[in-house]
Ligand binder design. Structure first.
Ligand code: E4P
Length: 222
């Protein structure tokens, strides 16, 4: 599964990218609004930091406006994937933009029916929001499971991006279900590597190593 970071923070992106396991970035208007600076400048810097798909979302709500913004974003940097919301207007814009070769990430997807339409409209990525579905007491991962199955049944060339992942188990579940991509906040990403037994084990190895070195030194001095 590809790992994307769900953030517009260049500090977080740079730190995570240094590990060499980040495949792309998703941003949205809320995430960009938390950063200082021009959204376009921030996106260009993100594109220059991570060489993978970088989602930039349209804010128009009509198809014409989305198409205008989508063409603009696609021209800003070759890494940009245009995020369109899963509305009737968003589907029209997705059909038109994808026909022009512009990659679309269909966002705000909450059901398998929406995902079916996203793939048929030509989206290259479909983003079901797992955490937000869980928030309304419905199993978000079930939606991911259904979408993965539907796309497999018909060999749709659309990747399932499990979004709104809130904790490491969401990441594990998404990977087990075969989601192509998981996007997560920096806090979830950093939690993926942590395990108390790794820390305990490493501490013991280093202590034993130091002990052995001291003993060898003492033997050599005799
Ligand atoms: C995905 O592309 C979205 O930006 C994101 O995952 C939304 O997550 P949230 O529900 O935690 O805001």
């Amino acid at each position: 599964m590809k790992i994307f970071l769900d953030t517009a923070s260049l500090k977080e992106i740079r730190e995570a990218a240094a590990l060499g396991v980040v495949d792309g970035i998703t941003t949205n208007p809320t995430l960009l609004s938390k950063e200082s600076g021009e959204p376009e400048d921030i996106l260009v810097q993100i594109c220059e930091t991570v060489n993978g798909p970088i989602s930039a979302e349209v804010v128009a709500t009509d198809a014409e406006g989305m198409m205008r913004e989508g063409r603009h974003w696609a021209g800003v940097h070759r890494n940009i994937v245009v995020k369109c919301p899963c509305t009737t207007e968003g589907l029209k814009a997705t059909k038109a933009l994808s026909s022009e070769g512009i990659r679309i990430n269909m966002t705000l997807v909450f059901s398998a029916t929406q995902a079916l339409l996203a793939a048929k409209a030509g989206a290259s990525i479909c983003s079901p929001f797992v955490g937000r579905i869980d928030d309304i007491a419905s199993p978000g991962m079930e939606v991911v499971r259904d979408i993965v199955q539907i796309y497999r049944n018909y060999s749709f060339p659309c990747e399932v991006l499990a979004a709104s992942l809130r904790h490491p188990m969401h990441v594990v579940e998404a990977a087990k279900l075969g989601a192509h991509i998981g996007t997560m906040p920096y806090s979830v990403f950093t939690a993926l590597v942590k395990h108390p037994l790794t820390d305990i084990g490493l501490k013991k190895f280093l202590e034993d190593w130091e002990k052995a070195k001291k003993e060898m030194g003492a033997k050599a001095a005799r």
